[in-house]
Design a protein around this ligand. Structure first.
Ligand SMILES: NC(=O)c1ccc[n+]([C@@H]2O[C@H](COP(=O)([O-])OP(=O)(O)OC[C@H]3O[C@@H](n4cnc5c(N)ncnc54)[C@H](OP(=O)(O)O)[C@@H]3O)[C@@H](O)[C@H]2O)c1
Length: 244
């Protein structure tokens, strides 16, 4: 039987911002693109303009102080992303592709402790061990030990470093099925997350994510200008963006 050449895409967090622009761009390049949103009504409304199919509802979160903020950041950015990839990857066709939206904050150099950096970049690190590390970080925050333990100040940084570490674990695991797994820093984009600041429009930020999704890249961390960067090397904000 001839293999289907249909391309089907699923984009999470797609009712606005970067996700919405990614799903719009993919609508032009795939047979079917699924827009997912935690709020079903918002998702339905946006899917009408993006020409996609509305999909799942994802539970919502709240606001307050550092422990709660850290829990939420890790749950949404890291643990939920892992759960989603772990659920969907067995259903994917061989030869498919996963692109995790990371950030410049996901670069390994953002973690001050060399011991932690060595652990995170270890090619033998398993997903269970990575989860234990992330749980350890949550505990460190609860005991106000996060900075002392070498994690740095930012839960967002730790969550995105976790996303990158997971991307490389998943890449190694899915390579035998020819599933390409990459992560992308999409740039500083004008969305609600940046309160409308940023130097690129969401559709420009979406370009690099879609390019990576449709390319042959595998196991790469791709910067907003399309350059694959070493995760463990010098901070690309300095050598690409010219910032300190
Ligand atoms: N903007 C940037 O400069 C920038 C730079 C680097 C990386 N990124 C990454 O790009 C991704 C998209 O960011 P964005 O700038 O497009 O942000 P955005 O415009 O605020 O959109 C965020 C999306 O995520 C959903 N979301 C937020 N909190 C959630 C939660 N607790 N549970 C489930 N869904 C939730 C939102 O749904 P609701 O509409 O229901 O809130 C929305 O669909 C994020 O992973 C971000 O870290 C952004």
């Amino acid at each position: 039987m001839e293999m289907s050449r249909e391309k089907v895409a699923v984009v999470t967090g797609a009712n606005k911002g970067l996700g919405y622009e990614i799903v719009k761009a993919l609508c032009r390049k795939t047979t079917a693109s699924y827009l997912t949103a935690r709020n079903e009504e918002k998702g339905r409304r946006r899917s009408r303009t993006a020409r996609t199919r509305p999909q799942a509802e994802i539970p919502s979160a709240g606001h307050p102080p550092k422990v709660y903020q850290t829990d939420q950041t890790l749950i949404v950015n890291f643990f939920s992303l892992v759960d989603f990839c772990e659920t969907i990857s067995p259903l994917m066709r061989n030869g498919g592709c996963i692109v995790n939206v990371s950030s410049s904050s996901g670069h390994l150099s953002r973690i001050p402790s060399q011991r932690l950096r060595e652990r995170l970049k270890d090619e033998n690190l398993s997903l269970d061990e990575l989860k234990v590390l992330m749980q350890g970080y949550l505990l460190a925050v609860k005991h106000s030990r996060d900075v002392e333990d070498g994690w740095g100040e930012s839960p967002y940084v730790v969550s995105k470093v976790g996303v990158n570490a997971y991307t490389f674990i998943l890449h190694r695991r899915l390579a035998p099925r020819d599933i390409r797994v990459n992560c992308v820093h999409p740039g500083y984009i004008r969305t609600d997350m940046t309160k409308g600041e940023g130097n690129v429009l969401p559709e420009q930020g979406a370009d690099v994510v879609v390019q990576v999704a449709l390319s042959d890249s595998r196991g790469q961390y791709v910067w907003h200008n399309g350059t694959p960067v070493p995760w463990c090397g010098d901070d690309p904000r300095i050598w690409i963006d010219g910032k300190v």
